[in-house]
Write a protein that binds this ligand. Sequence first.
Ligand SMILES: *[C@@H]1O[C@H](CO)[C@@H](O)[C@H](O)[C@H]1NC(C)=O
Ligand SMILES: *[C@@H]1O[C@H](CO)[C@@H](O)[C@H](O)[C@H]1NC(C)=O
Ligand SMILES: *[C@@H]1O[C@H](CO)[C@@H](O)[C@H](O)[C@H]1NC(C)=O
Ligand SMILES: *[C@@H]1O[C@H](CO)[C@@H](O)[C@H](O)[C@H]1NC(C)=O
Ligand SMILES: *[C@@H]1O[C@H](CO)[C@@H](O)[C@H](O)[C@H]1NC(C)=O
Length: 556
Amino acid sequence: MCRRGVAVFALFLCLVGRWPAVDGEDPYLYFTWNVTYGTISPLGFPQQAILINGQFPGPNINSTTNDNIVVNVYNFLDEPFLLSWNGIQQRKNSWQDGVAGTNCPIPSGGNFTYHFQVKDQIGSFFYFPSVGTQKAAGGFGGLRVNSRLLIPVPFPAPADDFTVLIGDWQAKSHKSLTRRLDSGLALGRPAGVLINGHSGRDAATGRDDPPLFAVKAGQTYRFRICNVGTKTSLNFRIQDHSMKLVEMDGSHTMQNNYDSLDVHLGQCMSVLVAANRPPRDYYMVASTCFTKYLLTATAVIRYAGSTTAPPSQEIPPAPTGWAWSFNQWRSFRWNLTASAARPNPQGSYHYGAIKITRTIKLVNSAGRVDGKRRYGLNGVSHVSSPTPFKLSEYFGITGREFRYQIIGDEPSKPDAPMIAAPNVINVTHRNYVEIILENPEPSVQAYHLNGYSFFAVGMGGGKWTPASRKGYNLLDAVSRHAIQVFPKSWSAIMLAFDNVGMWNLRSELLDRQYLGQQLYISVVSPTRSIRDEYNMPPNALLCGAVVGLPTPPPYS
Ligand SMILES: *[C@@H]1O[C@H](CO)[C@@H](O)[C@H](O)[C@H]1NC(C)=O
Ligand SMILES: *[C@@H]1O[C@H](CO)[C@@H](O)[C@H](O)[C@H]1NC(C)=O
Ligand SMILES: *[C@@H]1O[C@H](CO)[C@@H](O)[C@H](O)[C@H]1NC(C)=O
Ligand SMILES: *[C@@H]1O[C@H](CO)[C@@H](O)[C@H](O)[C@H]1NC(C)=O
Ligand SMILES: *[C@@H]1O[C@H](CO)[C@@H](O)[C@H](O)[C@H]1NC(C)=O
């Protein structure tokens, strides 16, 4: 029952043999996943996709707060592969984060066993392949974390709980997308939108696909909607049904009703939907927003006993415009009284009162390096290194591999030429930091931070100035892990850097991320103590400059 790493106090209790669940023998969920190529035809023509155990999207993980999740991933692709766990905080454990800066990729024909705990978290998340442009080929799936039995959930248990993965979809294979980007071409517009791997209609006949979801009149259902796409924000709605928002990126929200929701790249939202309309089929709709083109996917929701009433062909249009979406964002509030597991309850209740120790302003830009299209943050276009930064730190060879802070906390001269280099900043452990994401470009941006939740406190048009802080929500901003930045606007987030590790902050737009609009944030514990960070796991894959180096002494 007792595991290594327990505090002395807990160890004592373990030895005495009472209080069995002190450091948790939290339950274990085991998975073995085979990652392969397969052929799918979501848009009516065959395409190569990445499957997990033959499925696209991949299997759902249904877990409960503090469960240990063990996934042995076998890579049967002809190229390296890694999975990352969008929104799972990996407390003290960036070893399992599954991105190029923390993990060596699983070589073709190899396997790696992820082992992590969904510590103090609840809500709706997903996993996805993080290498290159593989996410454009699938390999993603839902990951839900239920509240533990004794923790009250701020709404009645729904009759069923559905995962709805929405995302734009490309007609080209991920390898051809990679070649395009490598040669300096743009990714190009997506060919369609998918809901759980389907566009909703048979391309040849125009007939609706079979219903994706079945409901019974009089019951209420939970839908967990995540945007797993590569390029576009999506508006989500259900014909004739209102949606009560209850959770977003792992936090319970104030339960407002919406006719439609903008779900930006990398974001997840849970809504409750009452099946309170006349029994027939209804469309669920996901369509591109903030785009010059309009691509739409539908999925049929069937009321029990409604096989004879097809859905109305009037598909509700999405609202348009910056102002509508901005106002919707402003209506999102954290439910401060709802109980739920959270990593840092004391800090989070009063986040508005904590003194900011550092402000980092990151401005995205498009540019050219060696004549080829690149994207960057504060003038630096990130390139990953053959040695994951986390391993370079652990083995003490950072000086050879990369430099910290080649960008400043403010962008340098706007007309300075873009440079391509590993972009790693370092933040003092437990510092409370404000990050401004400023977008001078005419397209919507979306960012995701690994390892943390942050408070999305403010947004506004134009450039951020210190006076913009007057408009911050310092009381009940939603604690989340992904945030959009509207065209020619800024978004402000705040967080305490209390999770030691190497953490990726990235654009969720796949072409921008691939071509450098991302960076890593290093948070080190000067004490090398297992209180702050777990040791490198024994099965860690090694690559690059750390191969053959003596293993450093473990943390104590
Ligand atoms: C995974 O692949 C191995 C080796 O081909 C096979 O034995 C196993 O049954 C596969 N597992 C699943 C779940 O497909
Ligand atoms: C998910 O787990 C919860 C809690 O253990 C359980 O009640 C529910 O039936 C599970 N759902 C599925 C689809 O397995
Ligand atoms: C690969 O799978 C084997 C068999 O389950 C396991 O023992 C081994 O630890 C895995 N490799 C890694 C690097 O996790
Ligand atoms: C907030 O959560 C509480 C449960 O603690 C619930 O009773 C209340 O209805 C929720 N408030 C809103 C506005 O959703
Ligand atoms: C960042 O790393 C550099 C080089 O190790 C160090 O000199 C500096 O103090 C660090 N800064 C912070 C905020 O940790």
